[in-house]
Ligand binder design. Structure first.
Ligand SMILES: Cc1cc2nc3c(=O)[nH]c(=O)nc-3n(C[C@H](O)[C@H](O)[C@H](O)COP(=O)(O)OP(=O)(O)OC[C@H]3O[C@@H](n4cnc5c(N)ncnc54)[C@H](O)[C@@H]3O)c2cc1C
Length: 412
């Protein structure tokens, strides 16, 4: 049988599977290759498993503090193996859903490593696949830096950390991007002693400066130790020395300093989507890239929302205040503690901050319960050039966190 397809895709993460499903819905014949599990890093080692564990850690913390809500509970025990089991089940359900979607769309899935030979030829398992168009969506790997090479026992990557069978007593997290912050919150919720080391002057260096500062306050309140403008200078016999002279002896170290696109020889005529493209390393960015490629639907790359999960969530879109230096702009900020819903939920920590130029929002920075959802309405407003006078006409439901956005508009 000759293996001939309209589209051949290597890598079945968000970029690959979105391209496959959208192409199939347009009537194209599609073959997709995956050497590991369908769903890629996002479903198996990234977005989904971490959010499942975050949720367990939050339920644990809330249950421990449930008296505040008029509930008493005794013998609250944490069985970390069940947390892992739940995470695995969540991933499994979604993997099955994806596999079923492929079956329904009549997509050929080849579960093995593949190599792109030229713009029309893929080799896998000694078979050749001739494709009119080829997409490479092979993702990324945890970044390795000299002196911090993973030994997978003491020095762990974000992949290794998902394989922990029991909680450590203490952890040092190197890097305070989204992955570092989310794991710091998880371990802190579970009662592990957490310390974060960050090279930049503030935690979460890609966020707006006010958000970084509030996060630092939240870390202090939650007794998460952190050092900024600090690096690890040496690690000897599990003793970690920092550039400020401190010596730490954590049980394990998570190195969360970013990811490197998979090494691929760039072949002319092949389309590179997702993390391997070397652009924004986020699942929704990979998905939008794939939709643009297949359905030809444009999107604004500069309006890719960033979200950090945990309590409170953090989300932002558009310009940060530090980028507007020297320009004319207005800013308006609402404390989440001014919102009725926040008090009902006992989730009063956080701010909603909007940056405005020429009566239009150019940046929105939220630290609040539900920030991951709130950011979408602001993304729509910015993308569609909706002015603040128009937004003021919108009827916001009460009591909600969204009201914070509405209130902020009237404070300009
Ligand atoms: C801990 C963690 C948490 C994250 N959380 C979030 C989040 O909350 N939100 C968010 O948007 N992003 C998050 N990300 C980032 C997100 O996971 C990635 O941006 C996304 O998975 C990229 O999708 P992709 O399709 O480019 O590649 P991937 O998801 O990396 O998939 C690539 C696939 O290609 C396969 N592959 C590679 N080479 C070959 C080959 N030669 N043959 C066959 N198969 C091959 C790999 O096995 C892999 O399954 C997180 C990442 C990590 C590590």
């Amino acid at each position: 049988m000759e293996n001939k397809f309209d589209i051949g895709i290597v890598g079945c993460g968000p970029a690959g599977y979105t391209a496959a499903l959208h192409a199939a819905s347009l009537g194209k014949s599609v073959v997709i290759f995956e050497k590991d599990f369908v769903g890629g890093v996002c479903l198996n080692k990234g977005c989904i498993p971490t959010k499942s564990i975050i949720h367990s850690s939050e339920v644990y913390k809330q249950t421990k503090n449930c008296e505040e809500f008029g509930i008493s509970a005794e013998n609250i025990n944490l069985d970390f193996s069940k947390v892992v089991e739940r995470k695995n089940k969540t991933v499994e359900i979604l993997r099955k859903g994806l596999t079923l979607a492929f079956k329904n769309a009549k997509i050929t899935v080849v579960n093995s490593q593949a190599k792109i030979i030229n713009k029309n030829l893929i080799q896998s398992n000694k078979e050749e696949y001739i494709c009119e168009k080829i997409i490479c969506a092979t993702g990324s790997e945890p970044k390795v830096v000299k002196g911090l090479e993973f030994d997978h026992k003491f020095l762990l990557s974000s992949d290794d950390i998902l394989n922990l069978e029991k909680l450590p007593k203490s952890i040092l997290i190197i890097g305070s991007g989204a992955i570092g912050i989310e794991w710091a919150r998880i371990f802190n919720n579970f009662g592990v002693d957490v310390c974060v080391v960050e090279l930049a002057p503030n935690l979460l260096p890609l966020a707006d400066i006010d958000i970084s500062k509030r996060l630092e306050r939240s870390f202090k309140t939650n007794k998460i130790k952190f050092y900024t403008q600090t690096t690890v200078t040496s690690i000897n016999n599990q003793k970690v020395t920092l550039s400020n002279g401190e010596e730490l002896t954590p049980e394990i170290v998570l190195v969360a300093i970013g990811r490197t696109p998979s090494k691929e020889d760039k072949i002319e005529g092949v389309t590179y989507l997702g993390d391997v493209s070397g652009e924004i390393q986020l699942a929704h960015y990979a998905i939008k890239q794939a939709i643009k490629e297949i359905d030809n639907i444009e999107f604004r790359k500069d309006l890719t929302p960033s979200v950090v999960y945990g309590t409170p969530e953090i989300a932002w879109i558009g310009k940060r205040e530090q980028e507007l230096e020297g320009q004319e702009y207005k800013k308006t900020t609402i404390l989440v503690s001014s919102l009725g819903k926040a008090h009902c939920d006992s989730q009063t920590d956080g701010i909603i901050k909007l940056l405005i130029q020429q009566n239009k929002i150019v940046g929105a920075h939220i630290m609040s319960n539900e920030a991951s959802s709130l950011i979408q309405q602001l993304t729509i407003a910015i993308q569609n050039n909706i002015g603040i006078e128009e937004l003021k006409k919108v009827c916001y439901a009460h009591p909600t966190y969204s009201e914070g956005i509405f209130e902020a508009l009237f404070k300009i």
